[in-house]
Design a protein around this ligand. Sequence first.
Ligand SMILES: [Fe+2]
Length: 348
Amino acid sequence: MYDLELVGASIKLLRDMFGLQKGESVVITCDTESNYDVVDATAQAAYALEGKPIIVKTPAARGVGKAADPDLPVKELIGLLSAADIWIEYNNEWIFYSTVFDEAFRKNKNLRYTNLVGANPDLIMRNIGRVDIPLLREFILKVEDISKKAKHIRITTPAGTDVEFDNDPNRAFYTADGYIRKGEIKMMPGQISWTPLFKTINGTIVIDGTLTPPLGKVNDPIRLTIKNDKVVDVTGGQDAKVFKTWLESFKDDRMFYLAHLSYGFGPGAKLTGDIVEDERVWGSTEWGFGNIGPMLVPDIPGGIPASSHSDGICLNSTVYLDGELLLKEGQIVGPTEEIVALARKLGK
Ligand SMILES: [Fe+2]
């Protein structure tokens, strides 16, 4: 499917997002559950752009991240990735955050990486192939800037979210702006994530999109009461029970704490139950629970460890930055005319 268009999307990915230079190596990792149309198209594009593509296919690991370690040829993959210029990950059972990942980045400070785990042709076309990446970048960096400057943020949704918090003026934002420079680890374009000032998040979060793990697309909204960053109550239907039981199963108090907030700004993203795309649904907000990665809190070496991490999506968000509207029920309405105009140019 999309055999012609996928090569075009891959050229965009390599030439425009990675800035692939002649002679650079492009390692494409995948496993036996990956979609090979996207793998082959990326390798073809790398070759056409005078790069050096290398496809590495391994058996699908029986777990993801560090849980994939026992099934992976760990030292061989580290050896290859330590010498690579570009790494594109299409593994379905992902290597992201595994020992291979940690060691490759420890040894190779110039490695450029993007996470496209489990990607299929539709997803690549919706989120890269048919997106004006430079325009999205311009929009997203302006939204990042204005959100960073806000001292106090309030978010509501039609499903009942009403949560507020203060920003930490010294905290970095982690923005998937579509460009991957030396040493950078980037997710698919269309997302801005950050960790607000601890102990200031209070209110109600209602997850009505996707909650992964332990669920996918939720059947009935999950209502979380938040006091000083902590989930103190989980109510709703069967899905709420599953989430509460999952959080409790770790016997780790840190699992009840919020880890980050994210905005979804993927112009083509749609809710499919796959968190990688769902968390980019335009105008959604997402809360992370549990483990906080070091890139979100560079001020805290090593981040804040917890037993696991989950992400939950609130659709059609309304966002107030110091009282001024950025989003109204999922639509960009401010706070500057420039931001509104860029959103309209992106077709939103
Ligand atoms: Fe997360």
